[in-house]
Write a protein that binds this ligand. Sequence first.
Ligand code: AMP
Length: 192
Amino acid sequence: MLNIVLFGPPGAGKGTQSELLIAKYNFKHLSTGDIFRANIKNETELGKLAKSYMDHGKLVPDEVTIQMLEAEVNKANSTVGYIFDGFPRTKAQAHALDAFLATKNTSITLMLALEVQEPELRTRLAERAKTSGRPDDAEPSVIQKRIDVYNNETMPVKAYYQTQNKYIGVDGIGTVDAVFNRLIEPLSKLEV
Ligand code: AMP
């Protein structure tokens, strides 16, 4: 099994690149943001709770997020592997993911990180707001909050995987295809 964490700040292109990776490798895609948005749409209790955080650019509490992620992995039951998109976003989530995957006799293979600087992120998110319909893209103060949360709470997750020698940073600037080719280079070495 290949289990990939696709990492990067909001607007780095995680969703776009996940779709291409899935098309090529048949991974099961687990995007915590997408799952929360589906819950909001279906007006579930989880959706109501998540929305109260998401609309302000804050992280949904770890306990709720971890429990939901584990339930989704169990439902998906992939033999190929998973692509974790937007998870883990805290060190507590990273620890929980390792412990959970160990119970399934598997582990994270690599963290692939899309590296994009802040001014470019702000431009991309403002552009995405025109079509995404996402309330958290529409408001510049919420975009800034998400970037701050990323820097303060999510960045430590990078060091967590670096100490395990699993971190690979990729330049996230360029065409979708150019970035994709950079992402699959380390994966193609693993396949051999
Ligand atoms: P995303 O679609 O990945 O940009 O996530 C949108 C929002 O969903 C984030 O700003 C958080 O409020 C929430 N969210 C997504 N993934 C997580 C996570 N792993 N932990 C906590 N909150 C999350």
